[in-house]
Write a new protein. Structure first.
Length: 241
C-alpha cells in the first residue's frame, strides 16, 4: 500500500494494512495460536468486548444454526443464557485458559435438549449451498420447564471424557483445550452447581468465582460436595421415574 501511494510499487509489492482506532480502545490482545487466530479488544464507550478474525466463514454458519434452534422453542434462549451466565460468573468460559468457549457451552446445551426423551429440539440439517436450514423428520414433544431442564442437564455432566463435536466439522473437538486442572475445575463446578440447584438457589449457584473459596475438605458455603457415586445414583433414579 505504501509503495502504491509513493509511486514506488512493483509487480511483487505486497499490501500493508493499517487499522487506525481512537485512543478509547483498550486491552488489545492478540491470540495467534487459537484455532482461529483473533485480536481481542475492549470498547469502553460501548462497553463491548470484541473479537476480530479474518475469513472465518464457518462462524457465520454456526451463528445461523444456533439462531434457528433458538427460534424453534421458547425455552432454548433462557436456558442457554442461564448456562452462559453461570459459566461466565464461575470463570469457565475462556478456551484460551483451558476451559470452554461460550459457543461450546451453547453447543453442549443444544445437544442436551436434543437428547431429552422425548426431545425438546430436533436435529437440523444445514444446507450450505442454499444457505438455509432444513428440519429432519423427527417427531418430538416435550413440555418440561426450564428449571427441570437445568437440573437434569447438570446431573448428566459427571463423566471423565470431555469430547464435544463441532456441528459442521465432526473431526474437531471443541473441548480439546481442556487440561487436567481445568477439567477438574469444571467437574468441581458441576458438583457445586448441583448442590445449589437441589436447594433452588440459582443466585448462589451463579456467584462470582473466587479461587480461594474451596478448602481441602471440599466444602462449599458449609455444604460438602456431592460425590460422583451419589450423582450417578440420582441420575439413574430419575431415569426410572
Amino acid at each position: 500500500m505504501r509503495s502504491s501511494v509513493n509511486f514506488l510499487r512493483t509487480s511483487t509489492s505486497d499490501v500493508d494494512i493499517c487499522i487506525i482506532t481512537p485512543n478509547e480502545i483498550k486491552v488489545v490482545k492478540c491470540v495467534p495460536k487459537a484455532k482461529v487466530p483473533i485480536v481481542k479488544f475492549w470498547d469502553p464507550t460501548l462497553k463491548l468486548a470484541c473479537d476480530i478474525n479474518v475469513n472465518n466463514a464457518q462462524a457465520l454458519h454456526n451463528t445461523n444454526l444456533i439462531k434457528s434452534y433458538v427460534c424453534l422453542d421458547s425455552r432454548v434462549r433462557p436456558l442457554v443464557m442461564i448456562i452462559k451466565h453461570w459459566a461466565q460468573r464461575r470463570d469457565l468460559n475462556d478456551a484460551t485458559c483451558g476451559t470452554l468457549s461460550s459457543y461450546t457451552w451453547t453447543c453442549i446445551t443444544l445437544n442436551f435438549l436434543q437428547m431429552r426423551y422425548p426431545p425438546i429440539l430436533p436435529v437440523l440439517k444445514f444446507n450450505k449451498k442454499e444457505n438455509e436450514n432444513e428440519l429432519l423428520e423427527v417427531e418430538y414433544k416435550n413440555n418440561e420447564s426450564i428449571g427441570k431442564c437445568l437440573n437434569k442437564w447438570e446431573k448428566n455432566w459427571m463423566n471423565w471424557n470431555l469430547c464435544i463435536e463441532e456441528p459442521f466439522n465432526s473431526e474437531r473437538n471443541l473441548g480439546n483445550g481442556v487440561n487436567n486442572d481445568s477439567f477438574n475445575k469444571i467437574i468441581q463446578e458441576f458438583r457445586r452447581a448441583v448442590e445449589y440447584l437441589y436447594n433452588v438457589n440459582l443466585e448462589l449457584c451463579c456467584e462470582i468465582y473466587d479461587e480461594y473459596e474451596y478448602d481441602e475438605f471440599e466444602y462449599v458455603a458449609g455444604i460438602p460436595f456431592i460425590t460422583l457415586e451419589a450423582l450417578r445414583k440420582a441420575n439413574l433414579d430419575s431415569k426410572k421415574k
